[in-house]
Design a protein. Sequence first.
Length: 66
Amino acid sequence: MLKMTIILSLIFSLGYGESICGDIIQDTTWNADTDYTLTCQTFVKAGATLTIEAGTTIKSAPDDGA
């Protein structure tokens, strides 16, 4: 049972990518090989740069507050 739980956890984590919530306060790069989901309002603060590679998928959660 533990083995099945670990396998399912890995499968689901690969499908959802990275959740993003909160301010970006340092230089950050979002890569094309990762899906990003905005789960709350997210701002790039002064002095920080967000670089988004071509082909990057960015999604918004339905209840992200936007």
